[in-house]
Design a binder for this molecule. Structure first.
Ligand SMILES: Cc1cc2nc3c(=O)[nH]c(=O)nc-3n(C[C@H](O)[C@H](O)[C@H](O)COP(=O)(O)OP(=O)(O)OC[C@H]3O[C@@H](n4cnc5c(N)ncnc54)[C@H](O)[C@@H]3O)c2cc1C
Length: 374
């Protein structure tokens, strides 16, 4: 199990040892178990994270008559960083003095940038080949993971860590305003890291992914070790914390509605080369094409990082996440997502194949069953 990935994904990296760990008094936690049965898998989805070693592309480029603000390449952190990264793109767009702005892309990055542009006073049209639920963003785990595969530690510019912090804090603040709403688009839920199982596979060719969680300790819940007998996972060691969960079905729908209610327009269009942006009426274009930018912009700095999810029928009472033996399971309102993460952040690295692997999906669900047998 890659403990750092899990804790990092929960915003907990580095808090599992030393003075920061507190022991919870025995309170006898009871959890409704996940019905981890392969018969309950209702779909298997795959998508690729648009990873760039140097971090997301955020520069501005002139293409013919158009000014293009790049806004892609957010790796495994797109949902988490979306509002903060979007705010930077909007600053650049609005600084150009144009009030009609095009956004190309309708995933996590395009939708949030479009809404922020509207709030800043722009009239916005989204042009995209797909919209939710067809976009890759709809196939994400749905956790607050702002530094998950966002860059390589040694490939970023010196100002990137501070920029990341700015994006992360701005996003986190915005997410606070999505809590407690009907349909729970965003909510805090508990996370448990459970020891045991087979040793994690060694990640070959391991790269040093950038980790910045130390910069946001003040907004990161602390991990607690749970005393034996206070949790339902038998003799295993358990660490508990909490994380933001994005219930992407209702959250995306809310974002789409917000965009349309504010007068947004949307057109279904596919662009094949940068020069095709000449087809849009607006002079300023935010390029939020995610992994699609690799082909569209011939940007081979984007590395695909494949991730697969087996979806189990949701259980209203299962509203927590568990990491065990290289598998992460997260109870969401729109499904219980089960994801193999055994190779840590190298899992799926440089794999562009988006074909679902049913055998791997069932194996991951069986691992989840094992942890609830205790
Ligand atoms: C398995 C998995 C789990 C993940 N889990 C999390 C998580 O828990 N938390 C988190 O924060 N992030 C997570 N991510 C990362 C996150 O999903 C991505 O960073 C995010 O989806 C990127 O969003 P995007 O809007 O840039 O791209 P996309 O969602 O791919 O959207 C791109 C948009 O551009 C359009 N487009 C692309 N090319 C063209 C073209 N040529 N012409 C016209 N339109 C085009 C597409 O149709 C689409 O509308 C995960 C990713 C994966 C794969």
């Amino acid at each position: 199990m890659d403990r750092r990935l899990f804790l990092g994904g929960l915003g907990l990296a580095g808090v599992g040892c030393g003075r920061r760990v507190r022991t919870v008094p025995p309170v006898g936690l009871r959890l409704a178990p996940v019905r981890a049965e392969v018969e309950r898998i209702f779909r298997v989805t795959v998508c690729v994270r648009p990873f760039r070693a140097a971090g997301p592309r955020m520069d501005v480029e002139k293409v013919g008559e158009k000014t293009v603000i790049h806004h892609y390449g957010h790796g495994g952190s797109g949902w988490s960083l979306s509002w903060g990264a979007g705010a930077l793109a909007v600053e650049k767009a609005m600084g150009l003095g144009e009030r009609n702005v095009a956004v190309v892309g309708c995933g996590a990055m395009g939708l949030t940038a479009a809404i922020l542009l509207q709030r800043a006073g722009a009239r916005v049209t989204i042009y995209a080949k797909e919209r939710p639920p067809e976009v890759r963003s709809a196939r994400a785990t749905g956790s607050w993971t702002p530094d998950s595969r966002v860059a390589l530690a040694n490939a970023v510019s010196p100002d990137f860590p501070a920029l990341w912090e700015r994006m992360t804090r701005a996003s986190f603040k915005m997410y606070e305003s999505y809590l407690g709403l009907a349909g729970n688009p965003v909510e805090w839920t508990e996370r448990y890291q459970v020891s045991g199982g087979a040793p994690a596979r060694a990640a070959e060719g391991g790269l040093e992914f950038a980790k910045y969680v130390d910069r946001i300790r003040d907004i990161t819940p602390r991990a607690r070790e749970m005393a034996a007998g206070t949790h339902p996972f038998g003799k295993r060691e358990v660490r508990q914390s909490a994380g933001l969960t994005f219930n992407i079905a209702s959250y995306s729908r809310m974002l789409m509605n917000d965009f349309f209610v504010a007068g947004g327009r949307m057109e279904t269009v596919e662009f094949h080369k940068p020069g095709d942006f000449a087809r849009v009426a607006e002079k300023v274009v935010v390029n939020a094409t995610g992994y699609g930018a690799r082909a569209l912009w011939k940007d081979e700095s984007i590395v695909p990082v494949r991730g697969q999810i087996a979806w189990l029928i949701p259980q209203a009472e299962v509203n927590y996440g568990v990491m065990y033996n290289g598998v992460f399971v997260l109870g969401r309102r729109d499904g219980i997502v089960v994801q193999g993460v055994g190779a840590g952040e190298m899992e799926g690295y440089n794999v562009a194949d988006e074909t679902p692997d049913r055998v791997a999906a069932e194996a991951a669900v069986r691992t989840v069953a094992e942890v609830f047998q205790s």
